[in-house]
Design a protein around this ligand. Structure first.
Ligand code: BDP
Length: 661
């Protein structure tokens, strides 16, 4: 039975799959061969497109019988679970896959191509994802948390999955979400927060039925469901006296709990664990290592084909800020590198892309280059906690692409090292535009596509997003969207904390400037600005030694202010305000200039957007326009506070005579 396309509630934006995106597929004669859930999904999509645009769809005839414009054939061999081929010959476009998910991805490939999929002829191309796991972690709480709300660091309304303390009864919107995810290649979702509070802990046991209901609606879109669990579950849920990973009763408890999970969800993806981090329980309490902890859970899920995603975000958030030798940036490497080779095959170590915490500019985590015998997943933050909270436009494609292409050594890029997958903290919620800021949809889409192909050109991915979201966009619209999105990450960087120093944000909620907010804080994130200079000395020679965690040539390059790239200078070094950058400017003048430029760029983007009013549907246009007002207000606040702060510290006026105080 064809699976009907999900029906969106009135007023909900269809994001990158409006009906018009299927125009080219709709008016054709299509043959679908093969069965199984994703093939039914494919059938439903094509049937709906035919209903709208004419054309017809036939099941299971032989390709030769009658002439078809499009053949979607599950008969291919050797393409794995997700691969497909696409070819066009004699007026027929043929997509072949071995498994249903491949067929689904093949259909969305054709949708992306639009008319071009039915023009000319081309030889068979093979498409396969570079990374097998392309996953979103939702930091969603089932119950509304008194401080963090329902979605921790969520800027798009409430949770898509949970409402009023339980799984939504109507999961049609979740089904529509699965469809959007399939169209950009995402194949896994963790449905609850990594900070597992008491209510959420029960999802693992007595509330697994709610998770199973979600898994049921995501499955036809090839999306597997994962769960964040508490390391203390055997104590909290099982009443055992300990959660010691080497204790037999604890191992037995996890084995039983996991068996029940798989009875409810046979294709369950596995567990996500934040342990010994920011107050979450972990193996340290029992004098055990994080490999012991991860392997305990790997042993539970492994026999069923599941994986444990063990997060490397482990650091001491009760540091003494007067002690200049402790350095939060070192923590993940110091904790985990000694454990390389000790993790079980079904354990994946999930590492944030930078050593700190999703700042607008960080070096790539040295840990990613230092654990060759461990399956690693790289984690990025799609939700814009530190990049404007979906009130500012900040398209992160270029940043992620830089990370994924970075090479710790000549052998492999980060994208190649991420054998355990690419994970993003989701930016979606129950907002009518899914992501609060309609342009933040581009981040979600880009994440999925870069996970499929880490070496893809982000600008080309953006073109795809534009084409799918605004089918038949006139050139002026697509130029305008590029104008406001392409450089938006660098614009954001310009008007916020300078040169990689990070963290000049309001503590707690992390929106807007607070020059000394984290300066005397046990969380361990400092800039050390005084009257003479600014920056954190992380050199081996005189600083915390962090630079030494990299392989050559990076260790050498970062070690000296003379060779360190400008954009990371203050991450690695404490320098005087008069220090000259490679750009030829002094640090203080760079700060002033970038802050003026950043605001001017936001003003310009706001102007460009206003000029697109006739080309964008009014509700969407108005939402973005309203957010630009806030972005501009906030960018000016950043500029004024940062410039005044550094003027007062340094006493150096702007050489161009602008007001900096
Ligand atoms: C930080 C967030 C916090 C998360 C934490 C994490 O501020 O809400 O719990 O990361 O990744 O960025 O666990």
């Amino acid at each position: 039975m064809p699976l009907p396309v999900p029906v969106l509630p009135e007023g909900v934006d269809p994001a990158w799959l409006p009906p018009a995106a299927f125009r080219a597929v709709g008016g054709r004669r299509t043959l679908i061969r093969g069965s199984g859930p994703p093939a039914e999904t494919v059938h439903g999509e094509v049937a709906e497109a035919c209903r709208r645009f004419g054309g017809r769809v036939v099941r299971d005839a032989q390709p030769g019988e009658g002439a078809y414009d499009l053949v979607l054939d599950l008969g291919g061999e050797g393409l794995g679970e997700e691969g497909f081929t696409c070819a066009r010959e004699g007026g027929t476009t043929t997509v072949t896959a071995t498994c249903g998910r491949g067929l689904l991805y093949g259909l969305f490939h054709v949708v992306r191509l639009g008319e071009a999929a039915f023009t000319g002829a081309w030889a068979r191309e093979t498409h396969r994802p570079a990374l097998a796991l392309r996953m979103l972690d939702h930091w969603d709480n089932v119950a509304v948390h008194p401080v963090m709300g329902q979605v921790e660091r969520g800027y798009a309304g409430g949770s898509l999955f949970w409402e009023d303390g339980r799984a939504r009864g109507d999961l049609e919107r979740v089904r529509a979400y699965g469809r959007l995810l399939a169209a950009c290649g995402i194949n896994a979702v963790a449905v609850n927060n990594v900070n597992v509070h008491e209510t959420e802990a029960h999802l693992l046991t007595d509330r697994i039925g709610e998770v199973a209901a979600i898994a049921d609606v995501l499955r036809p879109y090839g999306v597997r469901t994962h769960l964040s669990v508490s390391f203390a579950a055997p104590v909290v849920l099982g009443g055992l006296p300990t959660a010691d990973p080497l204790d037999e009763a604890v191992r037995g408890w996890w084995a039983t709990a996991t068996r029940r999970v798989y009875e409810a969800i046979p294709d369950f993806g596995g567990y996500v664990v934040k342990a010994d981090s920011e107050g979450q329980p972990g193996p340290f309490a029992y004098g055990r290592s994080h490999a012991d902890g991860a392997n305990l859970l790997a042993a539970a899920v492994g026999p069923y084909g599941g994986t444990v995603h063990w997060r490397a975000f482990v650091y001491d958030h009760r540091q003494d800020w007067r002690d200049r030798t402790t350095d939060r940036a070192r923590a993940a490497y110091d904790h985990f590198v000694p454990l390389d080779g000790e993790f079980a095959a079904d354990a994946v170590l999930q590492v944030k892309h930078g050593p700190m915490d999703f700042q607008v500019r960080e070096p790539v985590s040295p840990l990613i280059g230092a654990m060759p015998r461990t399956r690693l997943a790289v984690e990025v933050q799609v939700t814009q906690e530190y990049t404007g909270q979906q009130r500012h436009v900040c398209w992160l494609g270029p940043m992620w692409s830089e990370v994924l292409r970075f090479r710790h050594d000549p052998e492999s890029s980060v994208g190649e090292r991420a054998r355990g997958g690419l994970v993003g903290v989701s930016n979606a919620g129950d907002d009518p535009f899914w992501t609060g800021h309609p342009l933040a949809q581009a981040n979600l889409y880009t994440f999925g596509r870069l996970a499929w192909r880490p070496d893809a050109e982000p600008r080309e991915v953006l073109d795809e997003w534009i084409g799918l979201t605004f089918p038949k966009a006139p050139e002026r619209l697509s130029d305008g969207l590029h104008a406001v999105l392409d450089g938006s990450w660098r614009t954001y960087e310009k008007y916020t904390a300078p040169l990689g120093v990070g963290w000049m944000v309001q503590p707690g909620h992390h929106y807007g400037p607070n020059v000394d907010g984290y300066e005397y804080s046990p969380w361990g994130t400092y800039h050390f600005a005084d009257r003479d200079g600014i920056g954190v000395d992380r050199s081996v020679a005189t600083g915390t030694g962090y630079a030494g965690q990299y392989a050559k040539p990076w260790a050498e390059l970062y070690e000296s202010p003379g060779t360190c790239p400008d954009e990371l200078l203050l991450f690695f070094h404490h320098v005087s305000y008069g220090h000259t950058l490679h750009s030829g400017k002094t640090v203080i003048q760079h700060i002033y200039d970038t802050h003026f430029e950043g605001v001017a760029e936001v003003e310009e983007a706001r102007r460009v957007w206003a000029g697109l009013a006739d080309l964008v549907e009014p509700g969407r246009h108005a939402r973005v326009a309203e957010r630009y007002e806030e972005q501009l207000r906030s960018a000016r606040e950043w500029r004024d506070q940062i410039n005044s702060y550094f003027f007062r510290k340094s006493g150096v006026p702007d050489e161009r005579g602008r007001r900096v105080h």
